[in-house]
Ligand binder design. Sequence first.
Ligand SMILES: *Cc1c(COP(=O)(O)O)cnc(C)c1O
Length: 494
Amino acid sequence: RLRPGDTHVVATVEEVRPMTSDPFSPLLERARAHALAHLADQPDRHVGARGTRVELDAALRTPLPMRGEDSSAVIDLLAAQAAQGVVASGSPRYFGFVIGGTHPVALAADWLSSAWDQNAGIHATSPLSAVIEAVAADWILELFDLPHESAVGFVTGCQMANFTCLAAARHAVLRRVGWDVEADGLQGAPRIHVVTSAESHVTIDVALRYLGIGTRALHRVPSDAQGRMRADSLRELVATLEGPIIVCAQAGNVNTGSFDPLRRIAETCAAHGAWLHVDGAFGLWARASRSRAALADGIELADSWATDAHKWLNVPYDCGFAIVRHADDHRAAMTSAAAYLIQTKGEERDAVDWVPEFSRRARGIPVYATLRALGRNGVEKLVDNCCERASQMARLLAAHAGVQVLNEVVLNQVLVRFSDDDEMTRAVIKGVQDEGTCWLSGTIWHGQAAMRISVSNRATSEEDAARSASAILRVFDSLSEPDWRSRPGQAVDV
Ligand SMILES: *Cc1c(COP(=O)(O)O)cnc(C)c1O
């Protein structure tokens, strides 16, 4: 029997001997060798994928085999394509989008979860997953200093977290005016006013589409120069609205890393009975850092929060959290019940009550492992290090003539423009992608092309940041020679 504190309930690794007819060992050993080779190679390899679609297609496409092929050969074939088709997104010098690396303990725990093949849908299908999610949920609320009565759903990412939270919001604001949206849908329902900002993430729009609210009638409050919702404009707008209101604010703008003025927004929402949802895909993690938490001041006053774990906690894809202060609204929007399910009506945690998925993987297990291995201090260090490396790169780049940093670097995001010129900026991005020391992508910020650097991997060191900044400046210098525009292959769309 398990006793509290028992850790060595399983045999040590040396004691686990493969069964003679075990079909798993040879394949898993092979996969492990390929995985370790990739991980060892990753810090030094070209950060981008090298193969084109045509090359990958040629390597992979065959008619659907009539007879199955040898499993080991299939694993080897996959591994052989890694250098061509796999982006080194775990590289300490991968700064594209907001991706995050993978902590070793997260990967190891993820492998175990896959080996266990747990269906995390209900307590009966995986008591381990149910209990681990409950514990990890408490830790997450503590880490972010959010109301401890909140419910947490473990979803695939922030898209589904936004969807889940806004489903709870839709339920709540309509319930308050006597409408049961779960039973009656939206046909004939009172109109809901949804307010977002000019800078809200596209996944908010998508979630509203899924929810039958659509995007045409959204109220979009203007944003300031850093992409922050203007709290005064919100206040004026909300005062003119009648009926149910949902406000979607943001912690961590995907370009600048800026935060909406959450305390002032929350005050407006409270004064008008509006539901406040915050998209904090990566920004919510600022709450885990004493030096950055002030950016998200007032966030605890919201009704719901969406965030990712696969970005800044550095767990493998896919993993995010939907957090809702009002557990009853959250459950009402998500719960499923069926006669054949063994559900426990609240005695145990049934994950189907908190997420859109029915069957799903036990993504809480790597979350638990990572939080336990890092601890509060480790998460803070991870966040602070990324922010410091972003500032370092901004400093190094801005010191160079002709290079402009467009945003206030408050978090882990940096926007850079070269020669104040769209074409040059795009050419530098393409040049850096081809050169391979680091990888990053571009964006349009206030109508101008910009390079976008996101530091969200625990492994990025001071040296990685310095090496990457030098590589970027080298590419810029090589392009700054007078004739660069006429050279073949330089003017490119990124
Ligand atoms: C990444 C991101 C999302 C979407 O998250 P996914 O995990 O890709 O679903 C939503 N909002 C913001 C601000 C993001 O950065």
